[in-house]
Design a protein around this ligand. Structure first.
Ligand SMILES: Nc1ncnc2c1ncn2[C@@H]1O[C@H](COP(=O)(O)OP(=O)(O)OP(=O)(O)O)[C@@H](O)[C@H]1O
Ligand SMILES: [Mg+2]
Ligand SMILES: [Zn+2]
Length: 330
């Protein structure tokens, strides 16, 4: 799993804030209990002192510390029992003043012993990533559940051997299955067709599901991606934000590159697109591209090397029908 540094930093900050808040709550709880029963504070202090003694006794050389430690342990147990009884008498659970980790899987570190991100931190990561995706996409309204088929005609479409409706059923199913089954074994998608047919809508729907399944997902328009890559290239390492963005584009689990073909063309764009497509294929990272151009037109614009990769490594989903932006206006 490749995590996005920027999002990981934000997620970790939120995670630490929450941990801090829990620690403060625990201290407030302690203060209340100590005020109500000063003996509890005494016990707390003694417990901490005996813990320290056990540690120093264990480290002392020359003498056998075992009996001393055993005595301290027994004293500790007595104090803990007394504390539990006092708390229960006050109407609290016996372990009310024992600080527990919120997540037992990772002891509130956010990472498992094998070095994987724990569920508890991942929940924050997903939340921060969805916030980032929402800056560009309407994740709130565009989802597989809100996708509507009534915009697509049942009449055979001129030049095609099927109707927009039947075609969109296939596209919808392909995108929904892709999102639900997304894994390193998934392929890549090319959503290709005229404006206003739901390509960005379906991309947003996929982004949301894949993100919520714990993968790193980056969405951006082709024009902006190339702009950032150009900034990175010509700043020669001085533009850290651009460096970060390019790393995101190259390393995320799923990149959604939208509106390919609308940017200003040029030789830089051609090599940047090749770099993205090729690097991601080589490193087995998944990409979804959407464009108003079909593979042949993309080949003319970006060259045979790119066309060949698109035709060989991408599942092509053709979109046709009536522009929904116009239909909605009527
Ligand atoms: N199946 C659908 N159900 C409901 N609304 C839709 C659907 N498809 C598209 N829309 C709406 O129609 C508008 C255009 O859709 P979208 O942006 O996905 O088109 P597009 O294919 O990406 O077009 P372009 O090529 O111009 O980027 C948006 O407001 C979108 O929310
Ligand atoms: Mg679009
Ligand atoms: Zn955890």
């Amino acid at each position: 799993m490749a995590y996005d540094e920027k999002i990981l930093r934000r997620a970790t900050a939120r995670y630490d804030e929450e941990k801090q808040r829990r620690a403060e709550e625990f201290r407030a709880r302690q203060r209340l209990c100590f005020a109500a029963a000063p003996r509890l504070e005494e016990i707390d202090r003694t417990l901490r002192q005996t813990m320290a003694k056990i540690v120093t006794n264990g480290l002392r050389r020359g003498t056998d510390p075992r009996s001393a430690i055993a005595a301290l342990r027994a004293e500790n147990l007595n104090l803990q029992r007394e504390r539990g009884e006092l708390l229960v008498a006050m109407g609290y659970p016996a372990d009310y003043l024992i600080e527990q980790p919120a997540c037992k899987l990772c002891n509130d570190t956010g990472w498992t012993e094998e070095g994987r991100m724990c569920r508890c931190l991942k929940a924050h990561y997903t939340r921060e990533q969805n916030k980032e995706l929402s800056r560009m996409l309407d994740l709130g309204h565009q989802s597989f559940d809100t996708f509507r088929f009534e915009y697509y005609s049942h009449q055979p479409f001129p030049g095609k051997n099927t109707s927009p409706y039947l075609r969109m059923e296939k596209n919808y199913d392909a995108c929904r299955d892709y999102a639900n089954e997304f894994s390193p074994k998934s392929g890549n998608l090319l959503l290709s067709g005229a404006p206003g047919l739901g390509k960005t809508f379906l991309s947003a729907s996929i982004a949301r599901v894949v993100s919520e399944r714990g993968y790193s997902v980056v969405y951006d328009t082709a024009a902006h991606i190339f702009e950032r890559m150009e900034a990175q290239k010509f700043s020669r390492g001085d533009d850290e934000d651009a460096e970060d963005d390019v790393t995101r584009y190259l390393k995320c689990d799923l990149l959604i590159l939208d509106d390919l073909g609308t940017e200003m063309s040029g030789s830089f764009v051609q090599s940047a697109l090749y770099r993205i497509i090729n690097t991601r294929l080589m490193e087995n990272r998944k990409t979804i591209i959407s464009s108003n151009l079909n593979p042949a037109e993309l080949g003319t614009r970006y060259g045979a090397a790119i066309q060949s990769r698109l035709e060989g490594e991408y599942r092509i989903l053709p979109f046709f029908g009536e522009d929904i932006r116009k239909l909605k206006k009527k």
